[in-house]
Write a protein that binds this ligand. Structure first.
Ligand code: UDP
Ligand code: MG
Length: 321
């Protein structure tokens, strides 16, 4: 505790752990019990920035209890639930360390890796990624859809998100400042992390099952998250309609020529209801999809132009100055 006071009064620390929390009352005690010994053994001044993302359970009270024992825990209490990406952004914005590590509160990201991350950081890497080699803790469908998402995203976007890499990583201050300078409000963190680049190292690890409680991300949630990721970093879905339109126009022209030729050569045919209705429905469907994609981007422009803040902090429980 004494050396803690000394460290805090300097108002500087080497390592910031950033932890977004939403309804994590069950995980908290176990989480700190496992995280703190690792941080202490790392032997660097540290802070733990906990962002309470509008939890409806006793997360905030548990955080206060933890902070009484460990004043290096800072609490940022958001005014409501803003979602993980916003909570993470908030934590990263407020972290003061030379290296920042976002980590989930459910112990799915093993804190022990932090030691190894720090070593690689000292060797000169700006970003140290933790890559899940074993996702057997996630069910089959989640694994498969995640794999498809990474493939599609990387095929059509400029920046490549390494597959099976989450938010758990070490970032140097340079990287954090670069991230903070990105003006977008809809923040797809994985994509932003990849976009800024820098020198990266990868540590493989095996992902454990959630410590307690259930994942906050349902299938529908993940689907929207994937759409967010793709529309944030690629305009390919917009461009594809030009080519699809050209292709369909070409098909229509060929088929039209064929019909006209046949009438000229063989005389008038029976009216073709089946082919007509097929073409009409097909084109109608294609146009609707195209409109949907336009709408998706338009929606993003709309949300960005409003320029609302990504999150609102209700209370700060910070380092005592
Ligand atoms: N989380 C958050 N706000 C939300 C949803 C989740 O801050 O609206 C936090 C949650 O408390 C946890 C982390 O984000 O620390 C990851 O959430 P979860 O374990 O539910 O996601 P999964 O591991 O299934 O991807
Ligand atoms: Mg989790």
């Amino acid at each position: 505790m004494n050396n803690t006071k000394q460290i805090l009064s300097l108002n500087h620390c080497t390592l910031s752990i950033v932890c977004p929390m939403y309804n994590e009352e069950e995980s908290l005690a176990v989480f700190f019990n496992r995280l703190l010994p690792v941080l202490v053994s790392a032997g660097e001044p540290f802070e733990i920035v906990c962002v309470n993302d509008g939890s409806r359970d006793a997360t905030l009270e548990r955080l206060f209890t933890a902070r009484k024992l460990e004043p290096r825990i800072r609490i940022l209490n958001l005014s409501r639930n803003f979602g993980k990406e916003a909570a993470l952004t908030c934590g990263i914005d407020h972290a003061i360390g030379d290296a920042v590590i976002p980590i989930d509160a459910d112990l799915q990201d093993p804190p022990e890796l932090i030691i190894e991350m720090l070593q690689l950081w000292r060797q000169g890497f700006d970003v140290v990624l933790a890559q899940r080699t074993d996702r057997s803790a996630d069910h089959f469908l989640k694994r498969k859809t995640a794999e498809w998402f990474y493939r599609l995203h990387n095929a059509i976007s400029d920046s490549v998100i390494p597959s099976n890499v989450g938010d758990f990583r070490l970032m140097d201050r340079k990287v954090v400042e670069a991230l903070k300078a990105l003006p977008e409000r809809r923040r797809f963190m994985k994509g932003l992390f990849a976009w800024v680049g820098f020198r990266q190292a990868v540590i493989p690890y095996s992902r454990e099952a959630r410590q307690a409680g259930a994942s906050k991300f349902s299938g529908w949630h993940l689907w929207n998250f994937a759409l967010e990721g793709i529309t944030s970093f690629s305009t390919a879905p917009l461009r594809i309609w030009t080519y699809l339109g050209l292709f369909i126009a070409l098909l229509a022209f060929t088929y039209g020529s064929f019909i006209v030729g046949r009438v000229l050569l063989l005389g008038r045919d029976m009216p073709g209801y089946a082919s007509l209705i097929t073409v009409v429905l097909f084109l109608g469907g294609i146009q609707l999809i195209g409109l949907g994609v336009l709408g998706e981007y338009l929606g993003r422009i709309y949300l960005e132009t409003k320029g609302r803040p990504v999150y609102i902090v209700r209370d700060h429980f910070d380092h005592e100055a």
